[in-house]
Design a protein around this ligand. Structure first.
Ligand SMILES: *[C@@H]1O[C@H](CO)[C@@H](O)[C@H](O)[C@H]1NC(C)=O
Ligand SMILES: *[C@@H]1O[C@H](CO)[C@@H](O)[C@H](O)[C@H]1NC(C)=O
Length: 229
């Protein structure tokens, strides 16, 4: 069982790294606000499961039924197949990045941030027409965009990392990815002149930041060159 766990952990990292995930990024535009939605999960080994239970909880632990790595991976693959624009990160190795960004989880927002720390996320699903209830598309978008705009002054670049998900979140087949897809769709539709939103991964985000750093460096070199000669 232990070896199974390792097999799956490595396999998923390979899917992420296959064709190098940074070659598989959606296009960004440095002149716009680029919102990198990183849909992810990670399991804290030893947090609630034992090592073996992490892969597939036994029937004697019904409370862990939806938390097994096996179930999570099945669900993710199923969800990813529904739309090729979707991306997902499953990795314990990005822990540092995620730890630094953990405060996103606690932020009150329209989607996953309403989750409590270390619990599953609860979406406010989009209601898109009156037959389904009170239409909330504009309300969700406004809230989200306000939040993003309030963060702009805190950054030196225009790439925003928004982590969606939490521990064990994706074991339950739910509308999580669909809701995120809709958020991306409406953001790009309504704010196309300033916002560029897309599914992303940690490596795509770092690639984008790296481009900016390189550009600045090049600019600096050209500037010093011109200043001297
Ligand atoms: C990038 O965004 C700017 C500002 O919205 C726009 O003028 C430009 O055409 C965009 N570039 C590309 C390649 O889409
Ligand atoms: C995939 O998602 C994009 C927006 O994120 C949407 O425009 C497109 O229709 C979706 N494709 C399918 C097959 O659902």
């Amino acid at each position: 069982m232990t070896s199974f766990f390792f097999f799956f952990a490595i396999y998923i990292i390979l899917i992420n790294a296959d064709k190098c995930s940074w070659d598989n990024c959606h296009k960004w535009n440095h002149s716009q606000i680029n919102i990198h939605f990183i849909s992810h999960t990670h399991n804290d080994l030893g947090w609630i499961s034992t090592y073996d239970e992490l892969y597939e909880p036994g029937p004697w632990r019904p409370s862990l039924r939806n938390t097994g790595v096996k179930e999570i991976i099945n669900t993710i693959v199923y969800e990813l197949n529904k739309n090729t624009t979707r991306r997902f990160s499953y990795s314990e190795t990005d822990e540092t990045l995620f730890t630094e960004q953990h405060h996103w989880h606690n932020h009150k927002g329209p989607a996953c941030w309403e989750s409590e720390y270390h619990l599953s996320c609860r979406d406010e699903p989009f209601v898109e027409n009156e037959q389904q209830g009170k239409v909330n598309v504009d309300k969700i978008l406004d809230k989200f965009v306000k939040y993003i705009l309030s963060r702009i002054p805190t950054q030196k670049h225009r790439h925003f990392l928004v982590l969606m998900g939490d521990d064990f979140t994706h074991s339950v087949p739910d509308s999580f990815m669909l809701n995120l897809e809709k958020l991306i769709y409406y953001l790009n539709q309504k704010y196309y002149d300033i916002i560029n939103a897309f599914f992303s991964t940690p490596s795509c985000y770092f690639k984008a930041i790296n481009e900016i750093v390189k550009r600045k460096h090049k600019f600096y070199l050209e500037w010093t060159y011109q200043a001297r000669f």
